[in-house]
Design a protein around this ligand. Structure first.
Ligand SMILES: [Zn+2]
Length: 493
């Protein structure tokens, strides 16, 4: 019997604003769509946080025995600056500045995105479709929306008629906005747009002559609006009605609101049962911004090459740190937080590595089944990873007590403890079993110490040619040996 038969998940649904019992449309199978990155720059740590939240959700659903189809797209066209319908395409702009092809920009930053996520030990999604690979589907979708009377063409561009849609549907139901308020708060200069109303959004944009990224369509040579690709790709791979749609909080409006509108206009039904949004990541209590220096790239966490952190951190330490906040809470990225998490992480790993050494007894003094269910309860409660981690630290306490002989477990209970700790630590939280000595700096020190010892032996044997060779060749790779009264030390230049 799959685990999900006995574990009832509650999901906070952004649409209803409350936690709801999760029941998939098809028993045992789940369709999940998450808005992926726009690949025009190195992936932002805030985006990594969002994708990590859904990586853990994906891992947990799979662990429960669900068959999960997880679709996460790559936006490689159509995303204009400021998320609006005017301005330059983000990828085309980068291509112009760097004097390369837009598809070179896409390739470079898609590779960066994958490398970063691999370093953080993400599972790949089941399907990773691209916007440019689904232009035909997007054109078909626009045709349907026009046929249903919810879109209009002006000068080769096609716009979604938000006011018309709102007469029979509820535009704003996800972000809890009212069209009247949006009208009241919009300031758009007259004559700047072909739109009937400023709230309308582009489904297709006619390309200006200088716009490189363009495709033929019934209306003009142009490109699709940003919101359209997710509607086209999610329904293509998950069906017109699917279980979970996720993304960062900032996508709720207008992006996800527009997705709902496009779907309801084209297919006559709301596409998604559970909308999930991951909260923001800030740094040192403030919004991250390159201009103020309050900023870090994911790779700089691993190299330590950033003034906001005091040292390099292993990817699993950074991952552990990020999962110590619930996905719906704001995560404050700080050096102190990372240092504290590092201590906790290695304490957990030390305990995990002790598990194999523990010996069973005839009786159990700990109720392991209750503890095990508390781990599931944490994840069943809207994927509460910080509570799960607190439960894993309960297990750290048990492991150390059993090791010391202060508590005992039967063979069966010990096996449950091992399986549960390993499943939640590695399969579900996605941490990797590294110990402190695995870090690059420690390995380097170890290797140099070996060479210092060899050099000492060479000198004792009066083999000065060899001892000088060791010293000189280390200098060539940037390592300086310093002979002193108490022996030889080294410094890295
Ligand atoms: Zn999207």
């Amino acid at each position: 019997m799959p685990l999900f038969e006995n574990q009832q998940i509650q999901i906070y649904n952004s649409l209803s604003g409350k936690k709801e019992s999760f029941n998939p449309i098809t028993k045992g199978s789940i369709g999940m769509y998450v808005c992926g990155p726009t690949v025009y720059s190195n992936v932002h740590l805030g985006n990594v946080r969002t994708f990590m939240s859904f990586d853990v959700i994906f891992r947990y659903l799979k662990h429960l025995g669900y068959k999960v189809r997880y679709v996460r797209n790559i936006t490689d066209a159509g995303h204009l600056e400021n998320d609006a319908d005017v301005g330059e395409d983000r990828i085309a702009k980068k291509a112009r500045i760097e004097e390369i092809e837009p598809m070179e920009v896409v390739q470079r930053y898609t590779v960066d995105f994958h490398n970063t996520l691999n370093t953080f030990n993400f599972l790949p999604p089941s399907i990773e479709p691209t916007a440019t690979g689904h232009i035909i589907e997007q054109i078909e979708l626009i045709n349907t929306i026009i046929e249903k009377g919810f879109a209009y063409e002006v000068n080769g561009s096609v716009y979604f008629d938000v006011h018309k849609f709102n007469e029979t549907h509820d535009y704003g139901k996800l972000s809890k906005r009212k069209l009247e308020d949006l009208i009241h708060n919009t300031r758009e200069l007259e004559g700047q747009s072909d739109k009937k109303n400023p709230q309308d959004f582009a489904l297709w944009k006619r390309a200006e002559p200088q716009h490189i990224m363009r495709w033929p369509s019934p209306w003009s040579d142009g490109f699709p609006g940003w919101h359209l690709e997710c509607t086209a790709m999610s329904t293509k791979y998950l069906g017109e009605h699917f279980d979970i749609h996720g993304g960062g909080m900032d996508l709720k409006f207008p992006h996800h609101e527009c997705e709902i509108a496009q779907n309801e206009a084209a297919k006559g039904q709301t596409p998604v049962n559970y909308w999930m949004h991951a909260n923001m990541l800030i740094m040192n209590g403030k919004k991250m911004a390159k201009s103020t220096g309050n900023f870090i790239l994911p790779n700089e966490i691993f190299s330590g090459d950033n003034a906001n952190i005091s040292k390099a951190f292993a990817p699993s330490v950074a991952r552990f740190f990020m999962l110590q906040a619930h996905y719906r809470s704001i995560l404050d990225f700080t050096n102190d937080g990372l240092l504290a998490s590092e201590k906790g992480f290695y304490r957990l790993m030390d305990a995990v590595n002790l598990l194999e050494e523990l010996k069973p007894s005839d009786t159990s003094t700990i109720d392991i089944d209750t503890w095990r269910q508390s781990c599931y309860d944490a994840m069943n409660d809207d994927f509460n990873s910080p509570i799960l981690i607190a439960n894993l630290f309960e297990a750290v306490k048990y492991i150390n007590q059993i090791k010391e002989g202060d508590q005992t477990l039967t063979a069966d209970d010990l096996s449950t403890l091992k399986t549960t700790v390993n499943s939640f630590t590695f399969d579900i939280l996605g941490l990797e079993n590294v110990t402190k000595n695995d870090s690059g700096t420690d390995k380097l020190s170890g290797a140099v110490e070996v060479l210092i010892k060899l050099r000492k032996e060479a000198r004792a044997n009066k083999d000065f040619a060899l001892s000088d060779k060791i010293r000189d060749e280390l200098v060539e790779v940037g390592i300086q040996l310093n002979d002193g009264k108490d022996g030889t030390t080294f410094s890295v230049n």
